[in-house]
Write a new protein. Structure first.
Ligand SMILES: Nc1ncnc2c1ncn2[C@@H]1O[C@H](COP(=O)(O)OP(=O)(O)O)[C@@H](O)[C@H]1O
Ligand SMILES: CC(=O)OP(=O)(O)O
Ligand SMILES: [Mg+2]
Length: 594
């Protein structure tokens, strides 16, 4: 399947033609001005072509693409993919374009005024040029819809929140790709890593990718919040609005326009382009030096804050024009972070080889945190998503039995001895559906600063580490903020007191278990699922309280029985009592495992 992908930006149009993951042609038009723009074309084998094109704006550039492809005999295409910046809460994955989808995207356009208009224009033009081809939109925001409420909520009046004021985050396609790429480079599953992805292009954002899911990012409701960018301010005190209105008589529209287009590097130095800023700084220009310092400082603060948010960090990955090309900016950002185990190697940092999508590591010997540099591949990711959406086999839906887990603990040998006495062995009670698992006849008590939970079940067999799984409601009863985690991912989890008949222990390992599906290779294949992928599961409960559970992790292990595990809060919300089967929602896109 040949997929043409458009990434229309505020100031440039990039496109790529893909056959599978192979990019057989790519091009870009940028620096639009009166009388024309710059162009760059490159075929898989053909030479790089650079020069000027007569197109004065994006629409003219898009309209020229069919001719560019036809001249090279590449006009046979099967589908068109488009990058869209803002998809709100509605677009959890790619969307096949029709009039209704266009109307929904249009409604979100005021929230990304630099981006969505050009992208929408590209979409409309492409639909006219190729009316018979499927057109698919892939949204920057979708990847961040896993962010917890504490990351997405602004502390503002309820009426504002009801109107839709919340944080979204952007560059999701890029953060998802580079996080996967970093995991591959480190040879570890993405689902075991806490990664901070730092995308520094014209727009810039940082993202905390915890065990494969975005949990926070520096952009907010719009792509204005966060880091300093080419022409955008990033974080600014909202009190500035009143000040600017009272002292300079500026209206909201004028303030917004300036924050999007006349701020950032451009405001500090006159140029939005980091290459210019670095050149001037090297010549001793004090404004450019301040801009660079400020830019790096802001990124460094986000690294610290995301390390705190995830209870640690295993890798930082740099991408985007600045992140991948500016060794001095990476250096400045990383300086002074050895306190958190992050140390750059100057030689490796100087000129990492990024050819062929390489993702070299540039940390110093002994750095606990890996540092990776790689080129992002938004177009490639969009092509993959389009293909996956259009080619997903129409498999017969299969039921996924839902099992509700009440609060329980898994104990280590040492915890059993401490709670029940030396050489104590738990009494194996009722078997669970997963072969080899059972409920012990003994119970323990959990205690937190706010309260106790008595008679909590113990599940066997014993594990290397003690893990305590409660619901969100339980965590409030205890008075401890338990994070949502996959089983076994216990780094940085809070402590809780366990009380047994022979003793008491304080141990970390308190989590709200992330919902997941256990299955075996044969049934996974029959359902079209793969290990590590996230799916949506629809469950019809009692009293018309059905729910679609988003972001459900698939775990494929030989010998396991197919079963979805949710906790009691989730079950109550969906009206589940007694046996119920869930169904995989077919339209939602898989997140391929790194
Ligand atoms: N060698 C370099 N050193 C410093 N900055 C660079 C270098 N190459 C590109 N950049 C900067 O990268 C930014 C553009 O990033 P890019 O990711 O291409 O933009 P976009 O977000 O539009 O895709 C510009 O500020 C540019 O100056
Ligand atoms: C959302 C965003 O900022 O995108 P870009 O970096 O392409 O401007
Ligand atoms: Mg960009």
């Amino acid at each position: 399947m040949r997929v043409l992908v458009f990434n229309a930006g505020s100031s440039s149009l990039k496109f790529g033609l893909f056959e599978g993951d192979r990019q057989i042609f790519k091009g870009s038009f940028d620096r639009f001005r009166e009388g024309g723009c710059d162009l760059s074309f490159e075929g898989a084998e053909g030479p790089l072509e650079q020069g000027r094109a007569p197109h004065a704006d994006l629409a003219a550039a898009i309209a020229a693409v069919p001719g560019v492809l036809a001249e090279r005999g590449l006009d046979a295409i099967d589908a068109v993919g488009h990058r869209l910046a803002h998809g709100g809460t509605e677009f959890t994955g790619p969307a096949r374009i029709d009039d209704a989808v266009i109307a929904r995207i249009e409604a979100l356009t005021p929230l990304a005024p630099l981006h969505n208009p050009a992208m929408l224009e590209g979409l409309r033009l492409a639909s006219r040029i190729w009316p018979d081809l499927p057109q698919v939109a892939v949204f920057d925001t979708s990847f961040h819809l896993t962010n917890p409420a504490r990351a997405t909520t602004y502390a503002v009046p309820p009426a504002w929140r009801d109107a839709g004021l919340r944080r979204f985050g952007f560059h999701g396609t890029s953060h998802k790709y580079v996080a996967q790429r970093a995991a591959e480079a480190l040879g570890q599953p993405l689902s075991d890593l806490r990664i901070i992805s730092v995308h520094l292009g014209n727009g810039a954002s940082a993202c905390a990718v915890q065990y494969g899911a975005s949990i926070d990012s520096s952009m907010g409701m719009t792509p204005l919040e966060g880091l300093v960018m080419g022409t955008r301010s990033g974080d600014i005190d909202p009190g500035a609005f009143g000040f600017l209105q009272r002292h300079l008589g500026l209206g909201v529209a004028a303030i917004e326009a300036a924050l999007y287009s006349d701020s950032g590097l451009k405001a500090l130095t006159g140029s939005p382009d980091m290459r210019d800023v670095e050149d001037r700084a090297a010549q001793g220009d004090a404004e450019a030096q301040l801009a660079i310092n400020l830019y790096a400082y802001r990124v460094r603060k986000y690294l610290g804050s995301y390390a705190a948010a995830m209870g640690g960090v295993d890798a930082v990955v740099f991408t985007g024009g600045i992140g991948q090309n500016s060794a001095s900016m990476r250096r400045r950002i990383c300086d002074g972070l050895s306190f958190m185990g992050l140390m750059l190697d100057d030689d490796r940092n100087r000129a990492p080889d990024l050819s062929d999508r390489a993702a070299p590591q540039i940390q110093a010997q002994g750095s606990r945190v890996a540092i990776v540099v790689t080129e992002t591949a938004e177009q490639l990711m969009i092509a993959r998503e389009v293909r996956a959406m259009l080619q997903r086999p129409a498999l017969a839906p299969r039921p996924v039995p839902v099992a509700v887990s009440g609060r329980h603990v898994h104990l280590s040998e040492a915890s059993v001895q401490a709670l029940f006495g030396p050489n104590y062995r738990l009494t194996e009670g009722a078997p669970l559906r997963q072969p080899g698992n059972w409920v012990a006849e003994e119970r323990v008590t959990l205690e937190g600063p706010k309260g106790r939970l008595e008679r909590v079940a113990i599940l066997g067999p014993l594990r290397p580490r003690t893990q305590i799984e409660v619901s969100r409601t339980d965590s409030f009863a205890l008075g401890i903020d338990a994070p949502v985690r996959n089983s076994g991912q216990l780094e940085g989890t809070p402590k809780v007191r366990l009380i047994g008949p022979a003793g008491t222990i304080e141990t970390d390992g308190l989590i709200v278990a992330a919902r997941h599906i256990h299955t075996n290779p044969a049934e996974a294949e029959a359902m079209g699922l793969s290990d590590g992928e996230m799916v949506e599961i629809e469950v019809q409960g009692a009293d018309g309280r059905g729910l679609v559970f988003s972001h459900t992790l698939v775990r494929v292990v030989p010998g396991t029985v197919t079963e979805m595990h949710i906790d009691t809060d989730e079950a109550n919300a969906a009206g589940i009592s007694g046996h119920v089967d869930g169904a995989v929602v077919p339209h939602v896109q898989a997140v391929p495992r790194a």
